[in-house]
Design a protein around this ligand. Structure first.
Ligand SMILES: Nc1ncnc2c1ncn2[C@@H]1O[C@H](COP(=O)(O)OP(=O)(O)OP(=O)(O)O)[C@@H](O)[C@H]1O
Length: 788
């Protein structure tokens, strides 16, 4: 790669190495600045005593594992020690440190803390960069950037050997999220190719020996922790205090959670409460339960939800101090579990569970289960109290339950679908087979699962037979979302309906609705109203988002509130979704598919020419999601042998499915088509539920599926193909249209400079007309052999 094309991993601008004299000048300047500012340490932490040991270990060995117990100060101090040592030693210009955090909240809050500790004269050397937001150091050379692992992975695309970076500090390695595991594998390669690079792996409670072995037996520096005393109270203790009976279910008893919070508020010492719950719905449910309690009606409590879907600004609210006499109650998922210091937390309440994605390769379906956490999570959660003063940890599980918990969480890579990871592997290592590349990670996934993911990517045309990214795959790889959603976005730019599809892709990443158990009926009603006769959960999403954007532009505050309430939409989620829309627009621009990112969001641009054509939108969704197809069959024989002519049964390639209650198509007996398409399915109690679905026009099936083939093949195992009953001439015309559309897509993907906008425009208009003016049901009939 030419150096011109490498980006500076600190500033994002083109990378330009400093000349010797420039480096010398900058180093002197930095040295003087640090000597003048002479930053102090705001309080003594255990790691301070190990400062020299850490620095010399990093000098002697290019990779070091720091095994630092909770609260020892590794996150906030070690990057600073490394920078300070180089600056004061006169080589600050060559020191650029990237510090990864698993989550946005910790990257932002730790950067603030470090900047604050270093003082106003030096704080411009510290920055952060997370998805959708950044505050970068003023220049590279003597800089420290806190960033999420995902952001670093993207930086590695444009600077694979991390030229210009002196240290990568990977914090919270023990969490073993999929991105960190991929990062570690890539860092091993970067270390070989960039002799200036050093890697520091920071882990609290983890298998540090294994980690050190992975990096050729590198040294491990142990740092003891410090915590103010935190008293443990287990379920039996808490229940005894409250006169309740014990239970041992992984589903948290939310009434109990609310009661314990009330108990703490009534009887506990002053200080904030941090309560860990599995997910957003539980957080909202506990918030509602608290607000319904007479004890909480005085408003003398400040209840703050904390969830990954909140914007950075909303997340930062948890660091605010409440008014005197007010108790702060933070209701959080595990995002507050590591690296985060909320300095007034005295009481931690741990429901003992979190949401965990588990993938079943047989049904190709993931379930997001609420499961018990591991013992290392328990330690981390407890460690959020006692950081600035003594505290208490209320564990809502018994001592016996604690003993039965696994010591560490199962690495994410072993329990999630691997398509996105395989695409990442192809970006970073295009010449390796995915199985070989992924055999290099710390815990390799089953080769069978990797092969499945490769097959799925081949099925959607992202990889070719030799496992290389296709021209479509190259574009999809630029999208920071699931490859199927990425494919929808790529296609939407060619079919000129970008904005609704950006909204759909964003909503499939973050739900815009105020979904809670209590709200379910209201949300369903709102969805029904938005859906109209579209039979599409995706059009519901796009109408919600586009409606919100319109009312924001044209309405006053009252209109906006009314819109949100009428449609049970969450303002915070919509703000996040807007951010995602901008990010995906940038991605489309990076992929060379739109001339300017702003064009994607302009209603009058060519890319939105057909954005109000619902049938086209549904057709493009099918083209992106195929072969995620559901066959709808009318007439069901019940277990008791009775025939119900109006009931419908559904099946996908993997077998029978049901529609989830969140889908607008659930319970509909008059679907306009025999086919639905879908994005996400979940497994629950042995059934596979489709979360979101959209009716498919059979013409779309004939014209837009199977991008690279020369025949239309819609088949289910053991069943015959879809049969078209059409006059020969019409079939020939349709085949010609299909070929023209496929040629247009092929041309746009392979040689975008060679497009013929007016010819493409006519073709798309013809497609729109055909879709709008033909009925979606009678055209295609299943063959008789399909009947069971
Ligand atoms: N924002 C803050 N406000 C007040 N004190 C803080 C803040 N951030 C850190 N500290 C203090 O510094 C200590 C060390 O924090 P740091 O995040 O560096 O620890 P750590 O070793 O990385 O711990 P962990 O792995 O548990 O996150 C905290 O226990 C707390 O006493």
């Amino acid at each position: 790669m030419e150096e011109d094309f490498i980006t500076d991993a600190i500033t994002g601008r083109p990378y330009r190495p400093l000349s010797e004299s420039e480096a010398q000048q900058l180093s002197i300047h930095l040295q003087e600045r640090w000597n003048r500012a002479n930053p102090e340490l705001s309080l003594e932490l255990p790691v301070d005593a190990h400062c020299q040991h850490v620095i010399s270990a990093v000098q002697t060995s290019r990779v070091v594992v720091i095994a630092g117990e909770t609260g020892c100060g590794k996150t906030t101090r070690i990057p600073r020690f490394l920078l300070e040592d180089r600056v004061r030693g006169g080589s600050g210009a060559e020191c650029n440190i990237l510090v990864t955090q698993p989550r946005r909240i910790s990257a932002v809050s730790v950067a603030h803390r470090v900047a604050q500790e270093m003082g106003p004269a030096l704080k411009q050397s510290v920055g952060y960069q997370v998805r959708l937001e950044s505050r970068l150091p003023e220049h590279s050379g003597g800089a420290m950037l806190f960033l999420t692992v995902g952001v670093l992975l993207r930086k590695l695309k444009s600077n694979p050997t991390l030229k210009g970076i002196s240290h990568v500090v990977v914090d919270e390695v023990h969490e073993r999220d999929i991105n960190t595991d991929l990062l570690l594998a890539l860092l091993r390669t970067s270390l070989n190719e960039n002799p200036d690079l050093r890697v520091v792996l920071m882990s609290a409670t983890g298998d540090n020996q294994r980690l050190a072995q992975y990096f050729g037996g590198c040294p491990i520096v142990k740092v003891p922790g410090f915590m103010h005393p935190v008293r443990d109270k287990y379920l039996e203790d808490v229940l005894k205090e409250m006169g309740r009976r014990c239970q041992n279910d992984a589903t948290p008893d939310l009434d109990l959670v609310a009661d314990v919070i009330e108990h703490i508020d009534r009887c506990g010492e002053p200080g904030a409460v941090l309560c860990f719950l599995p997910g957003w719905q539980d957080i909202k449910a506990v918030q509602e339960k608290l607000e319904e309690k007479p004890h909480f009606s005085s408003g003398s409590q400040m209840i703050l939800p904390l969830h990954s879907s909140l914007s950075v600004a909303d997340q930062q609210a948890v660091f605010q101090r409440p008014q005197v006499g007010q108790r702060k109650i933070v209701l959080a998922t595990n995002i507050a579990e590591t690296s985060v210091t909320i300095d007034d937390i005295v009481h931690v309440l741990d429901a003992g569970t979190h949401k965990e994605q588990n993938y079943d390769p047989r049904t190709k379906v993931s379930c997001l289960d609420t499961v018990w956490i591991s013992r290392s999570n328990v330690t981390q959660r407890k460690g959020r109290a006692g950081r600035c003063q003594p505290g208490q940890s209320y564990h809502l599980f018994s001592r016996k339950q604690l003993e039965s918990l696994p010591p560490f969480p199962i690495p994410e890579i072993l329990r999630t679908p691997l398509e996105s990871l395989v695409v990442q592997a192809k970006i970073h290592s295009p010449n390796s087979k995915a199985v070989d590349f992924l055999s290099q990670v710390l815990d390799s996934p089953e080769p069978e699962s990797v092969r499945d993911a490769v097959q799925n990517l081949q099925d959607i045309g992202v990889l070719d037979k030799t496992e290389r990214l296709t021209p479509l795959g190259d574009r999809v790889a630029c999208m920071s979302c699931d490859p199927r959603l990425g494919k929808i976005l790529v296609l939407s730019s060619m079919f000129r309906c970008v904005l609704p599809m950006l909204s759909v892709a964003a909503c499939l990443t973050r739900d815009p609705f105020h979904n809670s158990l209590q709200n379910r009926a209201l949300v369903n009603k709102a969805k029904e109203a938005l859906s109209g006769s579209s039979n599409s959960d995706y059009l519901v999403f796009s109408r919600a988002v586009l409606g919100w954007r319109k009312v924001q532009q044209e309405g006053d505050r009252e209109d906006r509130d009314e819109f949100l309430e009428r449609h049970t939409l969450s303002k915070a989620s919509l703000r996040f979704i807007n951010g995602l829309i901008s990010q995906f627009s940038e991605n489309l621009h990076d992929a060379g598919l739109v001339s300017h990112p702003g064009d994607c969001q302009r209603h009058t641009s060519l890319y939105n020419e057909h954005s109000n054509q619902d049938e086209l939108l549904k057709a493009v969704l099918l083209a992106g999601l195929y072969p995620n197809l559901i066959q709808v069959k009318k007439g069901v024989v019940t277990k008791g042998g009775r025939f119900r002519p109006n009931s419908i049964s559904l099946r996908t390639l993997s077998g029978p499915v049901l529609l989830h209650r969140s889908s607008v198509n659930r319970g509909k007996e008059d679907l306009p088509s025999r086919w639905l398409t879908f994005f996400s399915a979940i497994k629950s109690n042995g059934n596979v539920f489709i979360r979101d679905s959209s009716a498919v026009h059979p013409l779309a099936l004939l014209l837009l599926t199977d991008l690279h083939g020369d025949k239309v093949e819609v088949s289910f195992p053991g069943r015959s193909l879809v049969r078209c009953e059409l006059p020969v001439e019409m079939w020939e015309l349709l085949w010609e249209l299909r070929t023209s559309i496929q040629t247009m897509l092929h041309r746009n993907l392979n040689s975008p400079s060679n497009t013929n906008a007016s010819q493409d425009g006519k073709l798309i208009s013809l497609l729109v007309e055909l879709l709008n003016n033909t009925e979606s049901n009678p055209l295609v009939h299943s063959s008789d052999s399909e009947v069971d």
